[in-house]
Design a protein around this ligand. Structure first.
Ligand code: IMP
Length: 422
């Protein structure tokens, strides 16, 4: 498989968990490199549903090693809960999970500040998952973060935590929020630290050794290109680099070790939280929600839905260097008579074939549409490209060409086997 970076090519929730699970069959190691437990990857194996937030979905295969890299922000209590949940389901975690010493921690004051800042923003809120992600990355950049290596060293953790809680309690009081109890946070986090300690290692050295022996590594992205802190629809973004470059900085594996970038995108577009979504459309939203689809794995929120936006996916190809694309949720369009695709944006007389940086321009963008005839045939049981309806193949070929990448995987349902490899 070689070293592959997998990214979301839209606004997150592209079905990456399922594609990662399929690709993991030929990977020795799977690495999470950014984000935190704001992510939610859903994987179905048979009738069993697994929702993973921090642990790479590779953990569901007993021979695959999984790494939580330095670029991730870890809520230790959430992570212990996730490990326990997997153990209860009979998944092998011991010996297969490795946690970076230098990953930063999410602390209770990060979650509280996330919520308070959102409240303060009122109608301009970002619509965050309230998992404390932004404040945790903020502390990392401000060099006042606490890392896994501190958590597992009790003598070091206690004074650092005390100082951070003292400062953050002043900020929380200014918001009118309840201050945190140092003793309680210390006890909870120390207990989690003891549980996590056996999994903690120098993952940069571990991954370098793996590269040297020729192991195949899959770097799994969380969220999506337009939630990237630099390349997304700022400020309506998450606080990490969700694009391909984040895989290098978030793992310590050098760019020249990477062989391929796979971009995952839905056959339509969705977004949770606030911010521009140029192709948003009530018809397709009602259709998908009516089918019980498009509710968030982490927060349960109904996702906003729209037609496929090839301006966005072409832009994603540009910033990620997408070689191959995986298109998911094709079966979601099975009943439609006509399917629209956005092929450009227009604001007055100005046309755009990329996402404009000025968010005030982006919100004014009117899509320029192309229309495709729907196939009106169920596709969930189709297992080969040749057996897909001709109109479905034409649609998929068209969106691949518009996105500027090679179509490699088509997904027609949530299960592992509901996948067509081209
Ligand atoms: P945060 O990452 O919780 O700070 O949220 C910032 C924005 O990213 C919000 O619009 C969230 O809805 C969005 N977001 C964060 N994680 C995910 C995800 O895994 N899928 C989709 N959207 C996400």
């Amino acid at each position: 498989m070689a070293n592959t970076i997998l990214v979301g090519a839209q606004w997150g929730d592209e079905g990456k968990g399922k594609i990662i699970d399929v690709l993991t069959e030929s990977a020795d190691i799977v690495v999470r490199t950014q984000g935190g437990n704001n992510a939610g990857h859903t994987v179905y194996i048979g009738k069993q549903k697994y929702v993973l937030h921090l642990i790479p979905s590779g953990i569901l295969r007993p021979d695959t090693q999984c790494v939580i890299g330095n670029g991730v922000v870890i809520d230790p209590i959430g992570l212990v809960g996730e490990i326990d949940g997997l153990l209860k389901m009979g998944v092998k975690v011991n010996g297969n999970l490795f946690i970076s010493e230098t990953a930063h921690l999410v602390l209770p004051y990060h979650r509280e500040l996330d919520a308070q800042r959102e409240n303060l923003k009122g109608k301009n809120k970002i619509g965050t998952t309230k998992r404390g992600i932004g404040p945790a990355y903020g502390d990392k950049a401000a060099r006042v973060g606490i890392r896994v290596i501190d958590l597992i060293n009790p003598a070091r953790f206690e004074p650092v935590l005390k100082a951070r809680i003292k400062e953050n309690n002043e900020v929380l009081k200014a918001f009118g929020a309840k201050p945190l109890s140092f003793k309680k946070v210390l006890a909870d986090y120390r207990a989690a630290g003891d549980r996590l300690q056996p999994f903690v290692t120098n993952t940069v050295v571990m991954l370098d050794q793996a590269c040297r022996r020729g192991a195949d590594i899959l770097f799994e992205g969380a969220q999506g290109t337009f939630l990237d802190l630099d390349h997304g629809t700022y400020p309506y973004v998450t606080s990490s680099n969700t694009t391909a470059g984040g895989a290098c900085t978030g793992s310590g594996v050098a760019p020249n070790r990477m062989d391929c970038v796979v971009g995952v995108m839905k056959a339509y577009t969705t977004r949770v939280g606030e911010g521009p979504l140029p192709t948003e459309n009530a018809e397709i939203s009602d259709l998908l929600h009516g089918m019980g689809r498009e509710f968030g794995a982490t927060t349960g929120r109904a996702r906003r839905c729209g037609w496929f936006d090839s301006v966005a996916t072409r832009h994603a190809t540009m910033v990620n260097g997408i070689d191959q694309m995986a298109v998911t949720n094709v079966d979601g369009l099975d009943t439609l008579e006509t399917i629209k695709v956005c092929i450009g944006y227009r604001v007055g007389d100005t046309k755009y074939d990329y996402i404009p940086n000025d968010i005030e321009v982006l919100v004014q963008c009117e899509p320029i549409w192309a229309e495709f005839p729907g196939w009106r045939t169920p596709t969930q049981d189709v297992r080969s490209w040749k057996k897909l309806p001709v109109k479905a193949r034409s649609y998929l070929n068209a969106i691949a060409e518009l996105s500027g990448a090679e179509l490699a995987i088509v997904s027609v349902g949530p299960a592992r086997e509901e996948t067509i490899l081209l």
